[in-house]
Design a protein around this ligand. Sequence first.
Ligand code: UN1
Length: 500
Amino acid sequence: MDTLLIHHKKLANYINGEWVTPDDVVYTPVLNPATGENIKEVPLSPREAVSEAAKAAKEAQKQWALVPAPQRAEILYKVGDLLKARKEQLATILTMENGKVLEEARGEVQEAIDMAFYMAGEGRRLFGQTTPSELKNKFAMSVRAPVGVVGIITPWNFPIAIATWKSFPAIVAGNTVIWKPATETPLMAYALATIFEEAGLPKGVLNVVFGSGSTIGDEMVENDEIRVISFTGSNEVGREIASKCGHKLKKVSLEMGGKNAVIVMDDADINLAVDGIIWSAFGTSGQRCTACSRVIVHEKVKKKLEQGLLKAMKNIRIGNGLDHNVKVGPIINNTSLEKIKGYIEIGVQEGAQLLTGGSVLDEGEYASGNFFVPTVFTNVKPNMRIAQEEIFGPVISIISVKNLDEAIQVNNSVSFGLSSSIFTRDVNKVFAAQRDLDTGIIYVNAGTTGAEIHLPFGGTKATGNGHRDSGIAALDVFTEWKSIYIDFSGNLQRAQIDVD
Ligand code: UN1
């Protein structure tokens, strides 16, 4: 991989093992969100790039499915080794295109490494089931078969980790992939495709097409060669994809965010809760699907928690994520910054009290980037828009409650259901909470972020459509169950009829 990828200012698509740029294509700049610097140009490809990739992927899939799974997995082991060897370089590039601080960028690359080795292990498992038959001398089993060509659409906030949650299980299971990365963060896509190429992945197994969601995403949904769509992104876009895929009866897996809460009970370790809230609310500048954006606190400890938060927030350094002292990096782009600003106005109008933050930083060292000060609203009512809608920035709303039942009811009173957390020392509350919190991920005595790759990732209600990324559950998205009956009786045995 050339350093900083980058002898060429302009990126190309990766189709059928070739780096190709469509004729007369328009490019859009990739801006470093901390500095505003134009670091690369990415093509806005036409729909035909997807059809071309789909043809190649379909052809390649016939052979790839015949490669024994343990051999397919060998490529993932090599990908894992290469990611590991280049962790620092990849993390630096990630910070430059996405803005997250270097420590977190390293963490994200680590997720990709973990996923490579974890899914490579599946090459020697991919377990099916053997099952007794109703009939004598008859053998029954079910196996996982690849679906075919799969389309993956990934967001800018975890540009390499989320891509690996989807592409690694798809590839080890014998599918071929067309990947549309976010145009804000194409360098991680370029890097991952280059690593796959170096690891010896046959041509056509992974194809990368850069472009806008409305063109590339739409063609991926429409194209009949593509049998599965796996999407992570906004609720609005996810719903549109779901309805189009529904009409075509195309399998679709969606992960679309959250309105995640930390619950702090009156018996909690308040210092620990403060640390958990700060890390999960303001890490990645709040731009995680799993970010904490509500704090549901027992009224008896509300003041103490607020004081703890204010004290801890004094020390948060905001700035360029390449600077080791910085804890909160920039917001991805101006559109997101404006959206966050809009929610501050909404919160104030709704009558919430702004405890700290609420403003843009745009002077001096901050002049060319997109920076927003970590923000706390208090005296928030559960039904206010700031407590219901996903802001995707460093903003939390404190809501006070009288007991655990009310805390759980408030937690569950939003349309999303991704992640939640509870701080308590009471074991009975722990068990009640893990049962009653209506989210796909639950933490006890930790913030709402930090999912590990070998567990299913996803949520309930408007967060998704019942599928999961990551963990073994990801294989359900990228495989079909095939049930196989082998009759060795030599007679015609009729199921349900010839049973003694
Ligand atoms: C996301 O924000 O979409 O659990 C992914 C976490 C990370 C992944 C977040 N491991 O916060």
